[in-house]
Design a protein around this ligand. Sequence first.
Ligand code: NAD
Length: 275
Amino acid sequence: TDIRQLPLNDDRHLPQLGIGVWQIDDATTPGVVSTAVELGVRLIDGAFIYGNEASMGEGIRQALVSRDALFVTSKVWNADQGYDSARAAIDGSLGRIGLDYLDLALIHWPCPARDQYVETWRALIDARAAGKVRSIGVSNFNPDHLDRLIDETGVTPAVNQIEINPRFQNAGVRAANDARGIVSQAWTPLGNGKSFDAPAIREAAARSGKSPAQVILRWHVQLGHSVIPRSTKRDHLASNLDVMDFELTGAEMAAVAALEAGARCGPDPESFEAE
Ligand code: NAD
């Protein structure tokens, strides 16, 4: 495949297209990871709270590529925020996955009421300095949260992983990320399938001979951000990668843009404080 490498603000690179392993059980995860790698995936998005870091590591070891060809992400969960607990959480993720470094560690949610994301960020900065993590970033951060990190530590996140799909395009946060030199990465990129039947998607799919999911992933790719769809099925894993050989027209991009409905699939970062 010809997946682009997006440049990060720390001189490293992030594969534009990968997979996420949320809600995949321990019995299924190793096969999904090794199959995806076999098909050409190099970016694997996990998290402590997904409960499958160990089986993700099993899949990585089963995959027939070297560790340094892969880009592995994990995330510090809300209950592990704070300097010491975040340092320990990164060590815990490395132990469960069975790696000696992560390519990317993210703060999973800002949890503004908890008000510990700045000290959690200092833990990620120090974990990077200690060689446990190559790149550091955040997830679900609004622009004011980003600015506090930057103002108080001088270190800008490399990545902000946020909800982006046709019915919740998150244009304001994407623009704020761009303005700060932060790469956006889309979670729930397929929007739970809720726009698969929209005329804008169906017509572009018919015109290009692609599936609705491929049209939506291509829309993400053309917007320029990173995207991590999830599937346990080999044919979907393969077709989700096969989005580099066609192009949506300007009119098709505009028709997808018009599907914005302000409708989140996931929680609002301003109020999500789950432990
Ligand atoms: P997704 O948008 O990737 O959709 C997954 C669903 O779409 C599954 O039901 C799957 O069966 C179906 N699907 C996949 N490929 C398909 C295809 N080609 N045709 C038809 N259906 C298809 O949703 P997601 O898992 O919510 O998000 C992707 C990843 O983002 C997660 O696995 C996780 O790694 C990450 N994520 C992060 C956060 C966060 O807070 N940072 C939140 C949610 C998800």
